[in-house]
Design a protein around this ligand. Sequence first.
Ligand code: SF4
Ligand code: SF4
Length: 211
Amino acid sequence: MTDDGERGAPGKGLVQGLAVTLKTMTKPSTTQQYPDVEPELPPRSRGVIALLEENCTVCMLCARECPDWCIYIDSHKEEVVVPGAARARQRNVLDRFDIDFSLCMYCGICIEVCPFDALHWTPEFEYAETDVLDLLHDKNRLGEWMRTVPPPPAHDVLGEPSKEEATAARKAAGPGAATAAKADVRRATPTTADRPPREARSKPEPPEQPQ
Ligand code: SF4
Ligand code: SF4
């Protein structure tokens, strides 16, 4: 039955269905023979999460923001004696950093919120286990994934350098460079002394009155 309520030719639907089947059968197959053949994944695929331990300050932001509560962090404080400082400083030392990948839903929030770039996506996906408890990766295992993290994308050539890059460039240019640059800016900026005398400044023409 068509949309207009008319009955179509008998067997038309069957022929249309077989035509779709035939078309699909003759299409080249896109099956990938994994695990015999490695799949070609985009370089920034979300496989597993890696931890760069030396960047982690134990701020706990990732654990607090994780919607699945599958990040477990323990730490203790340590005194660091800084020569010349009035008193010893304290720093957090990471004792435990685990992610339970049996709960993780790969939302990436922990990576986004980390203020110190301690967490990274890697395209590594071959970490299936026969025991679900083995999907709890500790800080050593998370650290091992760092070798598979792709390098960060190149900066936009038209973008402004970051504050850190600008500071590094200033330091590399030497101590006199900043003073010279300031002097150049001062020279290029007109001051009141550069203004012409009052009498030499022409008064603006009054607007023409309508006739
Ligand atoms: S990816 Fe999402 S669910 Fe997984 S650990 Fe990070 S915040 Fe939690
Ligand atoms: S947010 Fe980053 S720095 Fe803070 S605890 Fe998590 S991994 Fe460490």
